[in-house]
Each structure stands twice: as structure tokens, then as C-alpha cells.
Design a protein around this ligand. Structure first.
Ligand code: GLU
Length: 304
């Protein structure tokens, strides 16, 4: 498969499409990003890299980090994770509060904000210095020492994150947050403010296409059963309340973030990451979805 030609063709076609999306302005620092950025990186199962556009430029990967925190905690505590957070699609917006009351403070899944806050709480419970530990963890997955938190984004989220503060306090009222809500939010905002490129993201997702083994150091992070579950979660919950449409049109497990990034996995075949900051109303990158739909259509291959 000539992935470089396929990506070049998709890039040249998609960049000409009208994009009616808008940048995530509710986090002021994200609103400063150049909306015309567009990059794609695909890495095959031999770790060959195919890039096009702004594929090596850093951006705020936001909720894509929820995949990393979940994988890390899953590898640490195994199935005990499911006592704190469920594994069902939410069908609601990423920052919704409504389900929590009906479901007694157990978030629907780890990829909506409520679930990610519970995972952040678990990070604080299990690691003495969770910010450093998490950063090292992602650097190892991505095989890149230069990845870092963007502190301007951290502060911007802190100043405007009233909904996340509501979520963490509400979940604590049910006893499903053990630490101080301020400390949980501090970790969560650092996590979301991780800056990475498409290439680094595609590298860091290789572990999920490689049965739970990080191909860059040959270490096993997840059992193959746990890796299957991570991919199932991405398939069911990776695109908020558009997860069904993503499955329908693309047919790969993946995760989006409000920084305009999308990362996806074709187990035993490739990982792919796209960045284009303009989002649709569900909070997913317009060009990101378009690119991946074209990729699985042109290659005539997906997990289905
Ligand atoms: N930091 C963002 C928030 O908490 C993450 C949202 C996202 O990427 O889905 O609202």
C-alpha cells in the first residue's frame, strides 16, 4: 500500500473543502491557534512514518490524553478500574453533568470529562508525583523526550474550567473522588495541556495496534485482553456523542480532542493522527473526520 501517495491525495482534496467548523474558544489559549493548520501522520506496523502537512508541529492534544491515563491506570490496577468508572458509550456531550445523578457518581466511561476526572483522581492515588510520572509515560510511548505540558494552556483552562470544577465536586459528593478536587483538577489540566505533534501521537498509539507492546522498547504495557478493551473503549466512546457516526463512517477505534487532533488505530496495520483545529458542533475536528473517512474508504480496509 502506497501510504504516502494516499495521504498526499487525501490532504490535497480535503484542504480544498469548505470548513464550517470553529476553533474551541471556550479555552482562550486554544482560540489563538492558526485555524489553517492541517497535518497527517500514519505509521505502519513496521514503524515506517508517512507525513504530510503540519505533521511535526506541536498542538494541544487535549482529550486524546484520556487514552493514555486510562491505559496507565488499567495497567496498574486491572479490572478494579471498572468499580470507579463504567465502559458504556455516553450519548451525551463530553462535559455533560446529567447522567451522573442517575448513575450515582459513576461516570459512563473514562473518555468523557467526568470519567477522566475519576482517572485523574486514581493517578493521584497511585503515584507520588503523577505529573512527572505521566509525562515520562507518554514520552516512552511516543519515543520522544521533548514532549511537555503547555503551561499557558494549563492556566487558561484553570481560569475558565467551571464545568470541570462542578463535575469533580459533584462526583466527590458520591464518594468517587478521593483527593482534594483542586489537586485533581490541577493534574487534569496538565494532562489536557500536553503538546504533541501528529507524528508523536501516531507513535504513541502504536502500543494499541501492537497488542499492548510498545514497539519502541519492546515492553508490554497491557495484556492483549486489556489492549482489546482499550480499543473497544475508543471505538464506543472516543468521539463523544459522535462515536456512532465515527464508527459508521470510519470503522476504526480512535480518540479526538478539542485541540483539533484525532488519533486512530487499525490493529496490526497502522496508527494515524490528524490535526486541524476547526471543530464541528460535537467537538470533533471537521477535517480530521473527513481525512479518516477517506483513508478507510480508499484503502478499503477497516476493522469491520
Ligand atoms: N480540557 C478540555 C476540557 O476539559 C478537554 C475537552 C476535550 O478535548 O474533549 O474541556
Amino acid at each position: 500500500m502506497d501510504y504516502q501517495k494516499i495521504l498526499n491525495d487525501i490532504y490535497n482534496e480535503v484542504i480544498q473543502l469548505e470548513n464550517n467548523g470553529s476553533i474551541a474558544e471556550y479555552i482562550p489559549e486554544l482560540a489563538k491557534v492558526d485555524a489553517s493548520k492541517f497535518g497527517i501522520s500514519l505509521i505502519d506496523n513496521q514503524q515506517n512514518i508517512y507525513n504530510v502537512g503540519n505533521a511535526t508541529e506541536n498542538f494541544s492534544i487535549q482529550s486524546i490524553t484520556k487514552v493514555f491515563t486510562t491505559a496507565l491506570i488499567f495497567s496498574e490496577i486491572g479490572n478494579d478500574l471498572w468499580k470507579r468508572v463504567n465502559f458504556e458509550p455516553s450519548g451525551n456531550a463530553f462535559n455533560s453533568l446529567v447522567q451522573l445523578e442517575y448513575e450515582n457518581g459513576i461516570p459512563r466511561n473514562p473518555f468523557i470529562n467526568a470519567g477522566a476526572l475519576v482517572i485523574a483522581d486514581l493517578m493521584l492515588e497511585h503515584f507520588e508525583d503523577p505529573k512527572t510520572y505521566f509525562l515520562d509515560f507518554v514520552r516512552t510511548l511516543a519515543n520522544s523526550k521533548s514532549i511537555n505540558y503547555n503551561l499557558e494552556v494549563v492556566n487558561s483552562e484553570k481560569e475558565t474550567g467551571f464545568r470541570n470544577a462542578a463535575l469533580v465536586n459533584y462526583i466527590k459528593s458520591y464518594g468517587n473522588i478521593k483527593n482534594n478536587p483542586e489537586d485533581v483538577l490541577d493534574f487534569y489540566y496538565h494532562q489536557c495541556a500536553l503538546a504533541m505533534s501528529c507524528e508523536e501521537l501516531a507513535k504513541s498509539f502504536q502500543v494499541f495496534s501492537n497488542n499492548g507492546i510498545n514497539p519502541y522498547n519492546n515492553e508490554r504495557l497491557l495484556t492483549s485482553s486489556q489492549c482489546k478493551r482499550m480499543n473497544a473503549l475508543m471505538q464506543m466512546c472516543g468521539f463523544y456523542d459522535q462515536a456512532g457516526e465515527f464508527t459508521f463512517k470510519v470503522g476504526l477505534p480512535g480518540k479526538s480532542g478539542v485541540g483539533g487532533g484525532v488519533a486512530a488505530v487499525f490493529p496490526n496495520n497502522y496508527t494515524v493522527a490528524v490535526w486541524s483545529p476547526k471543530l464541528n458542533k460535537k467537538g470533533n475536528s471537521v477535517y480530521g473526520l473527513e481525512t479518516l473517512e477517506r483513508l478507510t474508504t480508499i484503502t478499503e480496509a477497516s476493522i469491520f
